[in-house]
Write a protein that binds this ligand. Structure first.
Ligand code: FES
Length: 365
């Protein structure tokens, strides 16, 4: 098999914007970035100053030559790297210690056509788009984009529910009273409508699974986890993956058939769901915290991925803490459902590349 002419390198900036570049096996990531007109932080370009120090979250590479003052052995062992020296041996995901603006770049802009508007239930709509230049759209499973609501100048953030390798781009939208996107989807949306969006963004994306994983979804927070599961159909996990899906009422439950499909094709994948409404027909009534114990957390030897509203994120964190367990990694994304003309609630990631690599946070929807 011949080696590829270039690997794909995802550059994830501090503001959550991600740019994808091609990097040949014989060129440094810094050179490839420069070729793509992206100014990642650089000074000496010689492996001496450490200015370019970044965190590699996925993939393998040759670290190149550098001195200890630029990158210590401990840092290298924890995945830190020097883009001015490193050459890729596979596709990579790098967290760059700068904003996209500082790197003189910005989120990519895409245009698309609406191909389907599916009302999964009274509370949840599936939106599917055919992206004009699909080959130019790259994203990591779990990331989101800002979609400009047709007929308005406002945008809302939605995570892909489709996988990065699927042709169609799909999203889950929770219908809210007075919501701008809700109003569009309920009253005007038609196949053929033109849509514009920017991205991808967010640090809530699937890392290589080196231990069991627990995926937690609240409501339409299921979307990014569906995207991750789609990726796992192509790269089957070597460890068990369990998903817990919590909603408020029975009508909020969507995609159970999709989850059942993934359970049939992804080795080691299982799932359960619960409904908070006491009148629910679901077997489990209550919140996802009622389904999380030391066993589901593998005593802490687990990577947790959680996407849900702020109250759920806080409740799960408190619950796990009360169990006296610290998961090996805790990635979460909190979203707020927005209505009327309020902009979406977003928070910058709370950890930086050199902050707390075990825990990452973002916000969408
Ligand atoms: Fe100085 Fe990379 S720019 S070590």
């Amino acid at each position: 098999m011949s080696s590829p002419t270039a690997f794909q390198v995802a550059l994830s900036f501090e503001d959550g914007i991600t740019r994808f570049i091609d990097c040949r096996p014989d060129e440094t990531v810094a050179d490839a970035s420069y070729r793509a007109r992206i100014n990642i932080p650089l000074d000496c370009r010689d492996g001496a100053c450490g200015t370019c120090k970044s965190l590699c979250e996925s993939g393998s590479y040759d670290g190149g030559d550098y001195i200890d003052e630029a990158l210590t052995d401990d840092e290298a062992a924890s995945g830190h790297c020097l883009p001015c020296q490193m050459t890729p041996l596979s596709d990579l995901v790098l967290r760059i210690p700068a904003t996209s603006a500082a790197a003189r770049t910005a989120a990519a802009v895409h245009t698309a056509t609406v191909t389907a508007v599916e009302r999964h239930s009274a509370s949840t709509v599936g939106l599917t788009l055919a992206v004009d230049d699909r080959g130019a759209l790259d994203f990591l499973p779990g990331q989101y984009v800002n979609i400009t609501v047709p007929g308005t100048e406002q945008h809302r953030s939605y995570s892909f529910s489709s996988g990065p390798d699927q042709q169609a781009a799909s999203f889950l939208v929770r219908i809210t009273e007075g919501g701008v996107m809700s109003g569009y989807l309920a009253e005007r949306a038609q196949p053929g409508d033109r849509v514009r969006f920017t991205g991808p963004m967010g640090t809530f994306y699937l890392r290589p699974l080196t231990r069991p994983a627990l995926l937690l979804a609240g409501g339409t927070g299921l979307a990014p986890l569906l995207s991750m599961l789609e990726r796992l159909t192509q790269t089957p996990p070597a460890h068990p993956v369990h998903l817990l899906y919590g909603v408020t009422t029975d009508e909020d439950l969507v995609h159970l058939d999709t989850l059942a499909h993934y359970a049939s094709v992804i080795p080691g994948f299982t799932f359960d769901h619960c409904v908070a409404d006491p009148a629910s027909r679901a077997r489990n009534k209550g919140y996802v915290t009622g389904l999380i114990d030391a066993g589901t957390l593998h005593g802490g030897d687990t990577d947790v991925y959680l996407c849900g509203p702020p109250a759920m994120v806080d409740a799960v964190r408190s619950h796990i803490s009360a169990l006296g367990i610290t998961p090996a990694a805790f990635h979460y994304e909190r979203f707020a459902v927005t209505a009327t003309t309020e902009p979406p609630t977003t928070e910058p990631p709370t950890d930086a590349v050199f902050g707390a690599p075990k825990e990452t946070a973002g916000a969408a929807r």
